[in-house]
Ligand binder design. Structure first.
Ligand SMILES: Nc1ncnc2c1ncn2[C@@H]1O[C@H](COP(=O)(O)OP(=O)(O)OP(=O)(O)O)[C@@H](O)[C@H]1O
Ligand SMILES: [Mg+2]
Length: 165
């Protein structure tokens, strides 16, 4: 049976990296033998995947091939039938919902549809995670919201509702 470190070694070999120190670099995200299906229909059949810190990876595939299922598995919204899913070395598969919350705080994920709260203006959508997960005061939250909206040149729409964009 494969183990996560076997998969790291295999990925290193594929990349022609030999047995140098980069092979022992802990993966940011690692999947090992992940199996997931619905109602007898197999979607992922033993998926192995390694994403190292700082690495960018694009996953492409036709509609219904399992891209969104993969992302939901990585943040623990779905559980696989078999395999391991490691985030910074921690297997999240056995974790109960309560222990998944700190794991999810490490991950940013934009859903394909309904990505914004329609009932909140743009600025409040951006502020949402800070209000939920930090003790920052109002001034600090407002400053951070302006800072990140400025990065993407969206300051002008801070007060607008998503439907007005
Ligand atoms: N909760 C679910 N219940 C039953 N089947 C599901 C569920 N979620 C996904 N599936 C099925 O799993 C398969 C993969 O779906 P997924 O949403 O991952 O596809 P995708 O690659 O993201 O497609 P798209 O490019 O259209 O977004 C599809 O056959 C889909 O119908
Ligand atoms: Mg999808």
């Amino acid at each position: 049976m494969r183990t996560p470190s076997d998969v790291v070694a295999a990925a290193g070999a594929r990349a022609g990296a030999g047995s140098g120190p980069e092979n022992s670099t802990r993966a940011a995200i690692e999947l090992c033998g992940v199996v997931k299906g619905f109602d007898g229909h197999a979607v992922l059949r033993g998926l192995d995947l390694i994403i190292r810190p700082g690495e960018s990876l694009t996953i492409m595939g036709g509609s219904g091939t399992g891209k969104s299922v993969l992302l939901r598995l990585i943040i623990g919204l779905l559980k696989p039938e078999a395999g391991q899913i490691l985030l910074e070395g921690q297997d999240i598969v056995p974790l109960p919902e309560r222990d998944l919350l700190p794991v999810r705080r490490k991950v940013g994920l934009v859903f394909q549809g309904s990505a914004l709260f329609d009932s909140l203006p743009v600025g409040e959508n951006v502020a949402y995670a800070l209000r939920e997960h930090t003790e920052w005061d109002e001034a600090a939250i407002r400053a951070r919201v302006r800072e990140v909206l400025d990065l993407v040149e969206l300051n002008a729409v801070e007060q607008q509702d998503p439907a007005e964009l």
